[in-house]
Structure formats: C-alpha cells, structure tokens
Design a protein around this ligand. Sequence first.
Ligand code: PEP
Ligand code: MG
Length: 590
Amino acid sequence: MTENKRSDIIVKGIPASAGISIGPVFLYYQHTLEPELQPITGESVEAEIQKFQKAIEESREYLYKIHQETDQRYGRDFAEIVQVQISILDDTIFLNEVEQLIRKQLYNAEYATFKVFQHKKEHFLRLQDEYFRERALDIQNLKRLILKNLLGKKAEIDLKIKSIVVSDNINPAEIIKLHHQDILGFCTDVGGKNSHTAIVARSLGVPAVVGTEYITNIVQEEDYLILDGNEGIIIINPTPDKIKEYTEKQKKLIIFEKHVFKNAEKPALTRDGRRIQVMGNVEFLEELELLKKSGAEGIGLYRTEGIFLSGSEIPQEDVQTACYLRFAEALKPQEVIIRTLDIGGDKILPELSATPEGNPFLGWRAIRFCLDHKEIFIPQIKAILRANKYHNIKLLLPMISSLEEIRQFKVVFQSAQEILKSEEKEFNPRMDIGIMVEIPSAALMIESYIDEVDFFSIGTNDLVQYTLAVDRANEKISHLYNHFHPALLKLIRKVIEAGRHHKKMVSMCGEMAADPVAVPLLIGMGLENLSAAHYVVPEIKNVIRNIALSDCIRLYEKVRGLSTASEVQQQCQQFYSEIFTYPNHLILDN
Ligand code: PEP
Ligand code: MG
C-alpha cells in the first residue's frame, strides 16, 4: 500500500457534538496497553497459551467482521487495510514466536505479545521501503487489538499537544479531564448521540463523532485528522485542498454562531402571543458565562454530576455549597433547578463503583444509589439548602420510578434539615421539590405524584431509552432511538395534561426540547417550559418566535393518531421545512 492510499479516507459515525477540528491524532485505549513482565510458573504455561489463543481468535473474528462491513460502508481502501491485518494474524510463525516466549521464558501472555509485536514493528520501521514502514503501523494496530483483548487495567491519558483523541470508548469523567488538557475533539468506536459522554462534550463545546465502530482500527498515531462534529465524519490524512475547505467551514461556523447569539435576549413569544419559557441545562462552572449570553431564562437542569466527576474525591459539603451558590447568585432572580446526583448508568465514579453491573442503566443509578449512600446524599441536600440564599433554587430528583422513593427522599430531606439546625448553619427550609419524569412508570402514575411534589421535568433522554428499550449509548441500535415515537408522545402528553389540570409546572429538559424540529410539536401538545443546553437556547427561542401556537396545535392534531415514529417525524419535518430553510431560519429573525 502506498502513502497515497492512506490519505483522504473518510470514516462515518454519529454526529455527537457540533464543530470542526483539525489536528494530529492522540490514540487512547481505555485500558493500558503497556503490560509489565509478570513471570509465570511452569504449570500455568498451557493456561497462558490458551489465554493468548483466545485473544487471537477474538481479534480475528473482530477483523473479519469489520472486513465484511467496511467494504460496503467505507469502500475498498479501508477494507484493504483490514485485510492486511488479517493476513498478519494468519501468519503462524509470528504467533509461534509469542507461544515460544511463554513456554521457554515463562513470560505472561501480555508481555510476550508486547515483546514480539514491538520487535517486529521496530524491525519494519528500520527498513527504508515505504511498503514495510506501512506494515509497521499495521503491526502496531494489531498489537493494540490483541492486548486490548488480553488486558484490563485502566489507562491514564495525557495529551502532550493539542490533539484529536481517537478512542475505543471515553466516559464523561475522562472528557472533563481532557477538556482541561486542550482536547481539539474526539471520536470513538462506540456511543450514541444521547450518551452522557456526548452530552458532556456538547456542554463543553468539544466537537465529537461517536459510534464509528472501527475508527481505532484504522487510525494510526502519526495520522492527521479532520473531525466534523456536525456531519459526523472523520477524514484521515486529508489533502491540502480538504484542509482548506474545512478551515473555511470552521470560519463560517463561527460567523453563524455570532449571528445566533445576536437576538438571544429577545423573549420566546409565538407569533400569536404564547409565551414559552426557555431555560438552560448546565453541568460545569465553565458554562456559566455562555449560558448567560444565550438568553436562557434561568437554569432548568443543573446536572450535579460534573463536580463529582471532575475531581478525584467526592466534593465536600462546603465545596458544593460554594458551587451551587455561584450559579444561584449569577442567575438571581431567575430560577436554578438543581438535580441531585445522577450517578450510575454511563456516569461512573471510580471510587464508588464496586463490581461492574450487568445492566448499569437499569441498576444502581441516581436516586436508588443516593438513598443507599446517605453519606453522599445528605451533604448534597444540605449544600443545596444552604446555597438557597436568594430563594431561587429548586431541587429535582432523578430517575424516580415509584412513590416510595419520593417518600424516602422526604425523610432524608428532613434529616438534612435537622442536621443543619443542630450545626447552626443558615438555610432556608422552604424549597420546591420536583421529580424527573424519565421512567415510563412515573409518567403512567403521574396523577398519584401530584400531591407529593411541586413540579415535573420530563427527561426524554432516558424516557426514550426506557420506553423503547433502546440503550441511549449503544451505536448499534441508535436507529431505533427516536423521540418522535408515538408511545413517547402519549406519555409526554399525559404528564402535560396532569400538570395543567393540577396547576403544577411541567417542563422538559431532555434533548427533545433542544431539537428545533420537535419544538413546534411540543408546544402544540401544551408544553410551556423548555430547558436546553446553552448553545441551542438562542436557536430554540428563534424557532418559537417564528411559529404560531394555533399551527402547532394543528400539527399535534395531525400526528396524534399516527402509529410510527417515522410518520410523526416526517410530519414535524415538513412543518419545520415550510417555515424554515435551514440554516436560514436564523436570518429570518431580525
Ligand atoms: C434525561 O434523561 O432526559 C435527562 C435530562 O437527564 P440525563 O440526560 O442527565 O440522564
Ligand atoms: Mg436522565
């Protein structure tokens, strides 16, 4: 394969966070791929060889699978790279060398693999011929693949220069750390658009493409990339013309963003006069300035996981109080809705995760975890109470699935207040309590929660995954994850009607509220409070200013009897396209 062939290769994935980045690669695997020598005993030789053979089998299967799919999905160049890797893996001399090191030197399988592949790679790199130098990079990729199947130790990530991180998987905590290291963007093999990793990337403004499935197998350390988080594509080793084209696109995006922010402060009033409140979602202190500029009317969702995931320790009550107070002070007299810790699922606190769970999204997450960890829950509630100096904080509980959980919370809430009194710490006992409606049981039982809480916030990110049984972070089924599904609309409507009937506020803070195509439908369904990430708030307000409530109601009437997500989506898309020609709708609003 010539140098030429490895340029301008396009890999497609799921657009997860908007923006374009151009830069060198930093390859990162979640597990460290530099094994140590751990000599084995003579009796464990056969077991060690079996372990190695199993890893080879897994690697081979993986490569065959990619090969079959890549030809159709990404074209011949990509498939050829994979084919070369398969033939190296089929080379028995190569594999025998590893087995000999295990047998004769009593090396552990990981170390023997590392030794043989490293030696071969260095040998090829020393050869002058371009063909062999290319093979060295294939051997490097294979080494990683086999070691990944053998090892399980967590890796550390340390960006030396501004880079685009290419990884098998990145969790939200890692993105937060990388953000502090000037990451340009990232792409991963796995992941979905509404995974917490993607949401965190959007909050921090880090361009991202997820769910590429095979990017780590095709990108090499020396590569240079263009990552387009709007379209969900990565271009490996782009030509100078491509770099020029994307640099231009980058500039246009910046101008576009400036335009969006121009009218941000204007209220969100439909053409026929219905006032819609558009609040902001936040997770990090860094977002505060941008949120204020976005025209958000308060904070509809403050995800507190950010402070827990940013450091290496659980934040102390005082640290939390100071942080919540910063938001409350900056936003007053507007409201700040603080959600208690929603850890678990795809947001893992390494200090607290005992054994991995089989189904983390159905497991020990959010309120379930907090009710079992009062030593974490009580200080957080105390901090929220203490931070309410300006009487503009409300408390929101995540992942409520039963009435008992609300009642158990109230007992804990009471204890937190008792402790504060005994510590003679100042706090305001009056605070509105709301719940996230993000589990179908909560939506279906909404009437029985009415007297227990003060407000509801619909979390469509989880409501979609739990209603449709579609993991929000799994790229393989991302086509099934759709917030236009009629089942979801029925649940949403039920919650809106209950709120209206009993005069309790219902808002929506899931990503559906940030989808400009879905917003007219939501307003037609009777929703009057939305909360979306700061970068999308101006756009959502602008959409609202260009539609009429009466048309939105007609849209809802049209779709309410439809039976499939695609029919609903198509109607909403048509409605949207008749009013806005993307991205010109922003220019309409002057
Ligand atoms: C949701 O589930 O819609 C939501 C807003 O919460 P999160 O994305 O943090 O789970
Ligand atoms: Mg949720």
